[in-house]
Each structure stands twice: as structure tokens, then as C-alpha cells.
Design a binder for this molecule. Structure first.
Ligand code: DPP
Ligand code: ZN
Length: 875
């Protein structure tokens, strides 16, 4: 596929003012009649894009076009002398044959659409680019019995019966929108309604549509939607602009959810929840994804992207908004620690998924310069690092300055398709702050490093902090990096800080602006031995490099007043200990490490939720990234010894906390309760890893009898992730018998088995287990959630079993890529990415991986998505 460059952007010569779509819906043969009123806005032909369409008719002002070219999915029609024309296109599509789940497709007997990024051109011919904003009127006509519910964007203006058991509904969206925000649903669904009054006093109808039988799982999504609506009113003064806002859950969906104007379509796993089937983590994810899509209504829909290179304009900003929202919700119920734990979880995701991406062959700036398949750029970099860049602006400008910038951004650009520059310029202008240097964050790739050097002068009681930044790409262009800094005294208290030249000491955390390659900051009144705590709250998406002894890390683990850094100290200590163990012939957990761990575990002044994140080992993906040569087998051996040691050495403590933290009463989704459950689940993990008799007994009981899925699944996971092979098998079978008919719960059942470590030689190899599971009746290659659960969690979360020395994991991977490439290239490309960092591994593994990647590249029918990933991987 050709490479598309950001620099080549040109506006189109023609735009579409209004479009009328008439769908005669049918699972095998839907007819789409598309009537566009087009107007000229520059020199050149009218352009229509299409992919895989059967075209039945195309006319301009009622006649076949005179001068028309049609090549590679691009129609160009010369219309010299014309300034306005009506174009009609009639196409025929087969939703039941659409396994890519892009465009119009079938799921569980219903019809659904997914148009971002380029799915609309698989429905009709259209200038399918985000900078073409059009008013849509949509009529859906279908069989009433099979498709009783007919939905599209905007307001329902007409509906009625037709002959032969058919009916219709007509929808009008009052807001011009790009085609990627178009949606329709025709299905047999039930609905949860709620009416709320917006801040300006308008009554609006909120709806959550689910399959019959799932109505008892829709309340949490609805509550989340109401909370999001209120939060955006209060925090940003942004009100819902529609009379009706719909969320529809669908079982087969490539992404998490989609923010179509007024008609969000969601992967069912981000809608459906009840205590018996959803974990605390599911509840948290639903809250944040519902909010994310709702927030897009302003950041994405009212103001959209000029081109797909600007994706982070809407995604980075909207992820930042949903993170802030979730943090506020959690803090409201669970206090400031709950907010900090949310921040820690977000950074953990960044380090696990984005840091390796930014160090690998797919590394790209948050605003990429080039791509072959845009679907490959819905990445952790665009989303998560993009959100960190917005967060830095928030830090630099402060909450009020940021809000003023948002207000100005909307006042300038409402109803427009704009660029990241437009956003940052509004922030700059509203605050009178020069952000030219800050803009470099949009074009840099790779994770920058900040080296810190701390020098005390005992006599003068000063401390000089020298910060040096380096970029992996352009080292001569320093970035603007806000570095939040604190110092802790010998008894563990934060010290009020005074920078040289200041009259008196002030706050205990100061945000320093690092703008040069190297800068010195002199603090006065600091005694030698004060312990620096740098990059508090993870104030910038960088690696902070500082020489710290184990003792200093243990001290910060016990005392750092910044909860993020307290967690981070634990992560650093764990990382260096695990890496040393992985490099050792006789790995052992040092006593001092166990003592530091013990101190946190038994500090009951700390929230259980915080203790849980602090005592959770870093992900293997992150740890492998820290190894000079990634050796999954050596790391796994270290992980096993580490978990078994912590389970055995602290067994009584884990058991004591398990009893003390039992949550009485009915399940409720609440950060306090969730924290207690999480710490108990973590305890079971360590206890079962150590094959502790009592721990295994508790896990068996809970896996069988727990009233809620958080506890039940936590126990199941502890058993599967342990040497207690028989107990695990019994629990898995019982779980399957109870939940075999529940697709979302079975996703968990597949995922937990795919992530299983091998604790003893008696345990079957995970790969063989996965191969058997692909034959399970609940598994389906056509369902993306199943792919992510069974294959994704194996490739991503189980490096030692995936990167097997015999290469069987890689052969399995290549076979799955072949299958998925043909069936669903977007999902196939995501799975293909799971081996992109193959050059990081041992020479033996590299050789085996290379063979498989090269073999795949010889395939003729490789989709552009998969090809781009593999070619870049081979580089
Ligand atoms: N639906 C995806 C998201 O909300 C892409 N826009 O991030
Ligand atoms: Zn989004």
C-alpha cells in the first residue's frame, strides 16, 4: 500500500453539504441509496472514495457522469463549469459476509456499523475524510420482526409501517459531521431509558440498548453516562447538545467503543455489568469508556480532526478528560488515595504498552508523519502518551489556564475540522504563554530520559539538582519537561522548599520547568541526607534516571508523601531485584527486599487499594524492556521464585489481612470495597503461588461460592496461576459449567488460561492448552473479544510460554496471523504487532521469530494493515 504523508494534506475541491441515505436493509443484500448535494470550494474534480462495493448506479444531476476515472478505490469526476451538483450513488452490500467488522456488518442477527476510520466508504461512495462535514438524513427500512429497533444519529423524525412486514424510521442529525461518525443499528434490542435535565434546563433522553435478557446489566453504564454528563458541565462548561443520546452494546466489535454522534456503539464488555458477572475492574473500565465516548461529543465531534494524522487531537485530549473524570469519581467515593491509585494504574498502562512501542519499530510521534494503514495508528502512543502531553499542558498552565484555553479553542473552532497546532495555539493565546518549544512533543518519538544528579553542600545547606535531558531522536532540540520535585527529611517528612533567590520556603512539591539540555536548580536550607523524590505524580512521560541505593528506595517506599512516587520506588526496587535474579544462576530474594515489602503490606494506615498496586510486581512486558537482552525464560524463573518467596515468607500476614479485609454485605462498586477485594485477591495470588495449604483452600472456596465476580475470578486466577494443578482444573471446570453460556464471562475464562505460567513440569504447556481451547464451543474466530482473550493475552501477558525455545509459540502466532489476515485485518494487525520487538530477544529466539515473519511476508494476499506491521518489524 502507498505511504500517506502528513505534509501532503490538501483540502478537497468539492464538499458535501447534505446527504440523504436510504437503506433497504437485509442481512445478505442491503441496498444503499445515497443522495449528496455537493458544492465546489476549489479547483479540481469531485472525489469519492470506496472499498469493496457493488455499485449499481452513479449519476450526476440525474445523468451518468461524462468524465470520470475510477482507480484504486478513488473516483474522480470532472465537473468543469459546475459549482453545485446532486450526486446519487446506489450500492449493494452484504453485511453477513463482512468479517472485517468495518462498514455495515452483522452481529448476533442484528446489523451494526463501524465507520472510524475508513469504514463509511465500505457502505457508499463518499469523500470519506474527516474534513468533509455534512448534514445527514437517514431512512432505515427493514423487516419488522427481525429488526424491530432502527436507530441512526440525531433525532427520530418519522417512523411507520410498510408492506410485507417491513417498517421504517427516519433520523435527522442537526449537526454537520464527518462520515466516520455516521452510525446505524437495526436489531432486536431492549432499552433502558433515563431522562435528565441539562444545566441549561433542557430535558434529554438517555438510552442504553442491550440484547433481551441483559437489561439487568445496563444500570452501571447508565449511571456512568449521567455522571459524565454532569462532570463535563461542571468541569468544562460543556453541555449535551442533543435531545437524545444512545448507547448500543454489540457482541462483535473491533475496538472498545465508538463515539458516533448521538449513537455510540459499544463493545458489550464496556457496557454490561452486574456483580455476579463483572469484576471491580470491569466496573471501572465501563465508567471510563462510557465517559470517554461521551466526552468525544465535544472533543472529537463538535471539533473534529482535519486529517487522521491529527488523531491525538481528539484521542489524547479525550483520554486525558476521561482519566480526570475517573479520578474525580474515585476521589469522591474513596478520597485522595483513590485518585492516586488511578494515576498509578494509568502510568502502569503507559509503561507496559507505550514505552515498548516507543522503543520498537512502530515508534512514532503522537502526531505521526506517515502511515500506510491508519487503523494501525490507534496506538498507545497516540492515546496514552497523547494524554500525558495534554496533562503536561494542564500542569504548566494550571487548571484555570487550561480551562481558559479549552474555552478559547471551542470559541474559535466549534464546527470545524482542525489540527493539533490549532489546539496548542488556543492554549497559548488564552494564557499569553509561548508554547513553541512545547510543540516539539508532537513531533518527537521515543521516550526521553531525564538524568538527575544531586549534590549537597553541607556547609551552606544547599542542594544543587542537575537535570539533563536526552531524546532518542533529535538530541539537539530539548523539550519542555515539567519535573515535579520534593525532598524528604530523615524522619520521613516532606521539606518545604526554597529555591535560591526566594525569600521564604513554600510548598513541599515544586514543578521545575526543564527547557535546556541541562539545567541546575539550587535549593536552600536542605541538609545532606535529605532524600530527593523526583518526577512526582509522573509529571512528564519520561524515564527519570537517578542513582539510588536499595536503602533509599526502601525509605521512599515507606515514607514518600507522594503516593505515585511511593509506588514508583517500590516498582524500582522490584525491577532491579527481579533483573538481578534473572541474571543470577542461583536466584534468591534478598532479605532487605522482603522486609521492605513486609513494611508496606503491614502498614494498615495505607489504603488496601494502594497496598495492592504497591505490592503488585511490574508487568513482564515492562521488565523485558529493561533487560539488555530480553530473556523471557530467565525472567519467568525469577518471577516464580519471587512470588513463591513472598507467598511463603509472608503467609501469615496475607492470611491475616484476608480475614481482616473481608467486605460484608451486598456487593457495591466502591473504591474502598474494591481495594479490599483487590488486596485479598493479591494475597491469594502469592499464597497459591507458594502452594500454601490454607491459601489454596480459601481460593477453592471462593472460586466456587463467591457472590461476586471480583472475588470469584480473583480466586480462579490465583489457582490457575499456581502449582495447584488439580485444584485449578476443578475450579476451571466448575466455572465453565456455571458461565459457559455467557460470552463476556467466558472471555475471562479463556484469558486466565492463556496467561497461565508453568509452575511445575506436570502442568501442561500453555500453548497446547490454547490449541485445545480454540476448539471450545464458546470460542469463535469471528469474535474480536475471543481473539483478544485467548490469543492476545497469551502473546502479551505470557512471554515465557509464547517465546518458547522450540519456536512453537511463533509458529502458532504465524498461523493465527494468516487466518486473521484473511478474516479481519485490523485485528490481525494488532496480533501481528505482538512480535514486533523480536530483535530485543536472545539470538536464538530472534532467528526463530525472523523465520516466521519472513514466511508471512511471502504470502501474496497480505492486507495493507498486516503488511505494514510486518515490514516495519523486519525493518
Ligand atoms: N472509538 C475509538 C475511541 O473512542 C476511536 N475513536 O477511542
Ligand atoms: Zn476515543
Amino acid at each position: 500500500a502507498p505511504t500517506i504523508h502528513r505534509a501532503d494534506y490538501r483540502p478537497l475541491a468539492w464538499t458535501v453539504d447534505t446527504v440523504e441515505l436510504y437503506f433497504s436493509l437485509d442481512a445478505e443484500a442491503s441496498i444503499v441509496r445515497n443522495t449528496m448535494q455537493c458544492t465546489r470550494q476549489g479547483d479540481g474534480p469531485l472525489v469519492l472514495l470506496h472499498e469493496g462495493l457493488m455499485r449499481e448506479d452513479l449519476t450526476v444531476n440525474g445523468a451518468p457522469p461524462k468524465a470520470m476515472r475510477d482507480e484504486d478505490g478513488r473516483i474522480e469526476i470532472d465537473l468543469d463549469g459546475e459549482d453545485a451538483v446532486e450526486v446519487v450513488v446506489v450500492t449493494r452490500v452484504n453485511p453477513s459476509a463482512n468479517t472485517e467488522l468495518s462498514g455495515l456488518y452483522q452481529s448476533a442477527g442484528g446489523l451494526f456499523t463501524q465507520c472510524e476510520a475508513e469504514g463509511f466508504r465500505r457502505i457508499t461512495c463518499f469523500p470519506d475524510r474527516p474534513d468533509v462535514m455534512t448534514r445527514f438524513t437517514v431512512t432505515l427500512e427493514a423487516d419488522r420482526r427481525d429488526y424491530p429497533v432502527l436507530l441512526s444519529n440525531g433525532n427520530l423524525v418519522e417512523q411507520g409501517e410498510l408492506e410485507a412486514g417491513r417498517h421504517y424510521a427516519k433520523w435527522e442529525d442537526p449537526f454537520p459531521k464527518p462520515s466516520y461518525l455516521f452510525a446505524l443499528v437495526a436489531a432486536d434490542l431492549v432499552v433502558l431509558d433515563r431522562k435528565v435535565t441539562t444545566v441549561s434546563g433542557r430535558e434529554v433522553l438517555l438510552q442504553v440498548y442491550v440484547e433481551a435478557g441483559n437489561l439487568d446489566r445496563a444500570d452501571h453504564a447508565m449511571d456512568s453516562l449521567v455522571n459524565a454528563l454532569r462532570w463535563d458541565e461542571e468541569t468544562f462548561g460543556l453541555e449535551l447538545d442533543l435531545d437524545r443520546y444512545m448507547i448500543v452494546a454489540v457482541g462483535d466489535f473491533n475496538m472498545g467503543a465508538m463515539e458516533n454522534k448521538g449513537l455510540n456503539i459499544f463493545n458489550a464488555k464496556y457496557v454490561l455489568a452486574k456483580p455476579e458477572t463483572a469484576t471491580d475492574v470491569d466496573y471501572e473500565h465501563i465508567e471510563s469508556v462510557v465517559a470517554h465516548e461521551y466526552f468525544h461529543n465535544w472533543t472529537g465531534n463538535r471539533v473534529t480532526c482535519r486529517d487522521w494524522f491529527q488523531l491525538t487531537l481528539k484521542e489524547g485530549l479525550t483520554v486525558f478528560r476521561d482519566q480526570q473524570f475517573s479520578a474525580d469519581m474515585l476521589a469522591r467515593a474513596g478520597g485522595e488515595t483513590a485518585r492516586a491509585v488511578k494515576r498509578i494504574e494509568d502510568v502502569r498502562v503507559l509503561r507496559t504498552a507505550q514505552f515498548p512501542e516507543d522503543a520498537g519499530p512502530m515508534a512514532h510521534p503522537i502526531r505521526p508523519d506517515a502511515y500506510q494503514a491508519i487503523d494501525n495508528f490507534y496506538t498507545a502512543t497516540v492515546y496514552e502518551k497523547g494524554a500525558e502531553v495534554i496533562r503536561m499542558l494542564h500542569t504548566i498552565l494550571g487548571p484555570e489556564g487550561f480551562r481558559n484555553g479549552m474555552d478559547l479553542y471551542f470559541s474559535y473552532h466549534d464546527g470545524q475540522a482542525v489540527t493539533c497546532d490549532d489546539f496548542v495555539e488556543a492554549m497559548s493565546e488564552a494564557n499569553g504563554v509561548d508554547l513553541d518549544q512545547f510543540m516539539r512533543w508532537y513531533s518527537q518519538r521515543g521516550t526521553p530520559t531525564v538524568h538527575a544528579d544531586v549534590a549537597f553542600d553541607g556547609e551552606a545547606e544547599t542542594c544543587t539538582l542537575t537535570l539533563t535531558q536526552s531524546r532518542p531522536d533529535k538530541d539537539d532540540e530539548p523539550l519542555q519537561i515539567p519535573v515535579a520535585v520534593g525532598f524528604i527529611n530523615a524522619v520521613g517528612d516532606d521539606i518545604p522548599l526554597r529555591l535560591q533567590g526566594e525569600a521564604e520556603a513554600g510548598a513541599t512539591t515544586r514543578v521545575l520547568q526543564l527547557t535546556e539540555r541541562q539545567q541546575q536548580f539550587v535549593f536552600e536550607g536542605l541538609r545532606p541526607g535529605s532524600v530527593p523524590s523526583l518526577l512526582r505524580g509522573f509529571s512528564a512521560p519520561v524515564v527519570m534516571a537517578i542513582n539510588e541505593s536499595d536503602a533509599q528506595l526502601a525509605f521512599r517506599m515507606a515514607h514518600d508523601a507522594d503516593p505515585f512516587n511511593r509506588w514508583d520506588a517500590a516498582q524500582r526496587y522490584m525491577t532491579r531485584t527481579l533483573l538481578a535474579m534473572a541474571a543470577s544462576d542461583a536466584p534468591e530474594v534478598p532479605r532487605a527486599f522482603i522486609a521492605a515489602f513486609d513494611t508496606v503490606l503491614n502498614n494498615i494506615a495505607l489504603d488496601p487499594a494502594f497496598r495492592t498496586v504497591a505490592l503488585t510486581l511490574p508487568s513482564e512486558a515492562y521488565l523485558l524492556e529493561q533487560m539488555d537482552v530480553a530473556d523471557p525464560a530467565a525472567l519467568r524463573r525469577a518471577m516464580i521464585i519471587m512470588t513463591q518467596t513472598l507467598g511463603r515468607a509472608l503467609a501469615d500476614d496475607w492470611l491475616g489481612h484476608d480475614e481482616a479485609l473481608a467486605v460484608p454485605g451486598e456487593y457495591r462498586y466502591h473504591p474502598g470495597d474494591a481495594g479490599s477485594r483487590a488486596l485479598r485477591n493479591l494475597g491469594l495470588r502469592y499464597l497459591c503461588a507458594a502452594n500454601d495449604h490454607q491459601g489454596v483452600g480459601l481460593a477453592e472456596l471462593r472460586a466456587a461460592n463467591a457472590k461476586n465476580m471480583s472475588e470469584r475470578f480473583g480466586a480462579l486466577m490465583a489457582l490457575v496461576q499456581s502449582p495447584a494443578v488439580e485444584a485449578a482444573q476443578l475450579a476451571l471446570t466448575a466455572f465453565e459449567q456455571t458461565f459457559g453460556g455467557d460470552a463476556l464471562v467466558m472471555d475471562k475464562w479463556f484469558a486466565v488460561q492463556a496467561a497461565a505460567w508453568r509452575w511445575s513440569p506436570e502442568q501442561p504447556a500453555t500453548l497446547e492448552r490454547i490449541e485445545a481451547l480454540t476448539q471450545h464451543p464458546a470460542f469463535s474466530l469471528g469474535n474480536p473479544n475471543k481473539i483478544y482473550s485467548l490469543f492476545g493475552s497469551f502473546f502479551r501477558n505470557n512471554p515465557a510460554e509464547f517465546h518458547r525455545p522450540d519456536g512453537a509459540g511463533y509458529r502458532f502466532w504465524a498461523d493465527r496471523i494468516r487466518e486473521l489476515n484473511a478474516r479481519n485485518p485490523q485485528v490481525g494487525a494488532r496480533m501481528a504487532r505482538m512480535l514486533e520487538n523480536w530483535r530485543r530477544y536472545t539470538p536464538e529466539l530472534q532467528q526463530l521469530a525472523r523465520e516466521q515473519i519472513e514466511g508471512l511476508l511471502k504470502e501474496e494476499a497480505l492486507s495493507p494493515d498486516v503488511r505494514e506491521v510486518l515490514e516495519k518489524a523486519l525493518g
